[in-house]
Write a protein that binds this ligand. Structure first.
Ligand SMILES: Nc1nc2c(c(=O)[nH]1)N[C@H]1C(S)=C(S)[C@@H](COP(=O)(O)OP(=O)(O)OC[C@H]3O[C@@H](n4cnc5c(=O)[nH]c(N)nc54)[C@H](O)[C@@H]3O)O[C@H]1N2
Ligand SMILES: Nc1nc2c(c(=O)[nH]1)N[C@H]1C(S)=C(S)[C@@H](COP(=O)(O)OP(=O)(O)OC[C@H]3O[C@@H](n4cnc5c(=O)[nH]c(N)nc54)[C@H](O)[C@@H]3O)O[C@H]1N2
Ligand SMILES: [Mo]
Length: 646
């Protein structure tokens, strides 16, 4: 960051950082401009118009905190602490200011507020992996450079995590074959050597079909199976039930292609699987991740640093966050981030921070109705005037990354990173930590740890004593900016076993390996909608940036030529993408990038900045995935209706 006269004037990535090598993405490239944007919220605000109108008056922090303290005390006295829902999102992933460190939780525990399960993103997959491996952690993504076969499975690397691409390219230069497995021919699939257009929600069936070929080739690693896995007898029987023809019928991938890839998998060590969140945004998503995690248990790929599965590296991060969860007098109920539409009814205070549920949470029409309730006291800590802000009673201005201190870990790399503020906060913005310190004082709370400074919190986070933090001190981290966690490099995390009670990989039980999803149960005349990451936005963050909005153009929905013909649709025609929940508008793009029966439209737009006033979450069901009440963003049935021409 280059700062002149207290103003940040230039921002660039650091070329010495081993994972990013200084590259930024299309969104973060505009971060500096974003911090200085015209529409930044700079002062506390109080609502003056009806809920949803976005009409506010400026008030002081004193007034805002006094009013909040009075309202919170009243709600706790009358309805109990559980009537408060601290709705913390992923806007700031940091361990001090954001979700990874459960920011503000100690304060909420003092009030007995409901617990918040931040399950909006990756929970089903994480739990599926944890059941198999004891942790969602897996391969070090840098070791993709050592792989000989790379499966990019339910992941759009070039859009949603492009730093990995360099390591894939290094692997490729040394002879690796790259296969994309995705219902959409994404820009990543375009760059792969091969693309398998899988029917949504059928990944476990493909995994079983591939393993069938591995067994037919007698290529299973018997020694690894005997030493490091459990439930093999049972799982073997399951695999035997999945000849390639059956897998082909369920997945829609030609049997010949499954056979070819299965043969490659049987004879190519190491094979690296990059599986990210796309797979688990389905009813059977947790089970699918567990079954995919079984593959390297059969092939023995975990013996090699360039083999195994990489979902999220967060399982390798062992900072001390338990202290953030203390100070709770009695157990409280948990509310699930994915369940805002149905669980808001008995909530009296919704406290939204680092989240934009009206853009990002399922079944947004119902959420909007809930937020309009007059007896709901809503506080939103935000940087920008989102749709959710429009429903707030009180808005508190939040700092951005250039203005506050934070400690970060990644979910796609093995480093801890320090974020030192470069400039003073814009306007009267305050960080999350400082807002809660001031609020605690206004509530008259005397518990000393509620007033820990950011540096004290950071030092505490680093004090877990876990071997992966050996040698990592706050002083060094602040000086150096990033440090690799203390794991070997190259890293073969499960070469000698797993962090499960038995020390072994747990294969799924018979009949549990493939759990059908809504879309795979109902292959027929309705269309399955997939709502993946947009190239130009980060969830709904940056979706108010004029240049990125211009680049994103109007919302589109990709439609296969056969489905378009059956409905008399052509490219450019505006349609309602509709189901029982509601609809959003999009322009048809007839394209063989999606298979027959699949349509796709990316996530993230602000409803109020979108033609028709809605984004895909207007049609996404608030249904649970099989584990952790995860969301089913890619598992919804829709129809396309012509929007009358105006
Ligand atoms: N540009 C950009 N980057 C982002 C984000 C963003 O919004 N924009 N968001 C960030 C966040 S918070 C996250 S969690 C990640 C998410 O990024 P990813 O983990 O990549 O997840 P998705 O974009 O949901 O889906 C990835 C791919 O899975 C495919 N898919 C959908 N259903 C299935 C299925 O049943 N089987 C298979 N095999 N594939 C399927 C989709 O077509 C899509 O191409 O990206 C992060 N990076
Ligand atoms: N249809 C569909 N919906 C999806 C997905 C999908 O694939 N399809 N993906 C899901 C995924 S992966 C995720 S992670 C969720 C994300 O959902 P959310 O967690 O709600 O994230 P965002 O929509 O990006 O909203 C984050 C807000 O936090 C604000 N913010 C950023 N930093 C800070 C900070 O330090 N302090 C405060 N107070 N505010 C801050 C930003 O301005 C932004 O408005 O969305 C999910 N929604
Ligand atoms: Mo996410």
């Amino acid at each position: 960051m280059t700062v002149e006269d207290g103003k940040a004037v230039k921002m660039r990535g650091n070329p010495d950082q081993p994972y990013t090598r200084g590259a930024l993405c299309v969104k973060v490239n505009r971060y500096l401009e974003h911090t200085q944007a015209q529409d930044r919220i700079l002062h506390p605000l109080r609502r003056t118009g009806p809920k949803g109108s976005g009409q506010f008056e400026r008030i002081s922090w004193e007034e805002a905190l006094d009013e909040i303290a009075t309202r919170l005390r009243g709600i706790v006295d009358e309805h109990g602490g559980e009537a408060i829902w601290p709705y913390l999102g992923t806007g700031s992933l940091g361990y001090l200011q954001g979700c990874e460190g459960v920011a503000g939780r100690r304060f909420w525990n003092m009030l007995g507020a409901s617990k918040h399960s931040l399950n909006i993103c990756s929970v089903a997959g994480s739990l599926g992996l944890a059941r198999a491996q004891g942790t969602a952690g897996g391969m070090d993504p840098e070791n993709f450079a050592q792989a000989k076969l790379i499966l990019l499975w339910g992941t759009n690397t070039l859009t949603s995590g492009h730093h990995l691409w360099k390591f894939i390219q290094d692997g490729r230069a040394a002879g690796a074959h790259v296969v994309a497995i995705d219902p959409i021919r994404t820009r990543t699939a375009d760059q792969a050597d091969e693309h398998l257009a899988i029917r949504p929600g059928t990944d476990a069936a493909l995994a079983l079909g591939l393993l069938h070929v591995v067994l037919a080739e007698n290529a299973q690693d018997e020694e690894y199976l005997a030493q490091h896995t459990e439930g093999w007898e049972d799982f073997r029987e399951e695999i035997m039930d999945w000849p390639v023809e059956r897998a082909a019928e369920v997945t829609g991938i030609p049997a010949e292609a499954i056979h070819r890839l299965g043969t490659k998998l049987a004879h190519t060590r190491p094979t690296a699987i990059r599986a990210t969140m796309g797979i688990q945004r389905h009813e059977g998503g947790g089970a699918a991740m567990r079954t995919i995690a079984s593959i390297p248990g059969v092939t023995g790929d975990w013996r090699h640093p360039g083999g195994g599965v990489a979902y999220s590296t967060s399982g390798h991060v062992h900072l001390k966050i338990d202290k953030r969860n203390d100070l709770l007098a009695a157990p409280v109920r948990t509310r699930y981030m994915t369940r805002l539409a149905s669980e808001l009814d008995d909530v009296k205070c919704l406290w939204v921070y680092a989240a934009n549920p009206l853009a990002s949470t399922s079944d947004s029409n119902r959420i909007r109705k809930g937020l309009a309730r007059e007896d709901l006291f809503t506080v939103v800590m935000e940087q920008f005037p989102t749709d959710t802000v429009d429903y707030a009673d009180i808005v508190l201005p939040a700092t951005m990354q250039t203005e506050h201190m934070d400690l970060h870990a990644g979910y796609g790399h093995m480093y801890l990173l320090w974020n030192e503020p470069a400039v003073a906060p814009a306007g009267e913005a305050l960080s999350t930590t400082e807002t809660f310190r001031r609020l605690a004082a206004h509530m008259g709370l005397t518990e000393p740890s509620l007033y820990d400074s950011d540096l004290e919190l950071a030092a505490d986070l680093l004090s877990s004593g876990h071997p992966s933090l050996e040698g990592i001190t706050l002083d060094r981290l602040r000086k150096e900016g990033w440090m690799r966690m203390s794991y070997p490099q190259p890293f073969a995390p499960f070469a000698d076993g797993f962090p499960t009670p038995s020390g072994r990989l747990r294969f799924p039980r018979r009949g549990k390996a493939f759990v059908p999803s809504l879309s795979s149960r109902t292959v027929g005349d309705r269309l399955t909608l997939i709502t993946p990451a947009a190239h130009t936005f980060l969830n709904s963050t940056f979706a108010n940036n004029p240049e990125l909005l211009r680049r994103a153009k109007e919302p589109v929905v990709l439609v296969n030529p056969a489905d378009a013909a059956a409905r008399g649709l052509s490219t450019g025609r505006r349609v309602r993408v509709v189901n029982h929940n509601g609809y959003f508008l999009a322009d048809v793009e007839v394209s063989d990038r999606v298979a027959k029966g699949v349509v796709a439209s990316p996530k993230g737009r602000w409803p109020k900045l979108t033609t028709g006033g809605a984004n895909p979450n207007a049609v996404v069901d608030e249904r649970d995935a099989d584990m952790g009440k995860g969301a089913v963003y890619h598992d919804n049935l829709v129809e396309l209706e012509l929007e009358p021409l105006v």
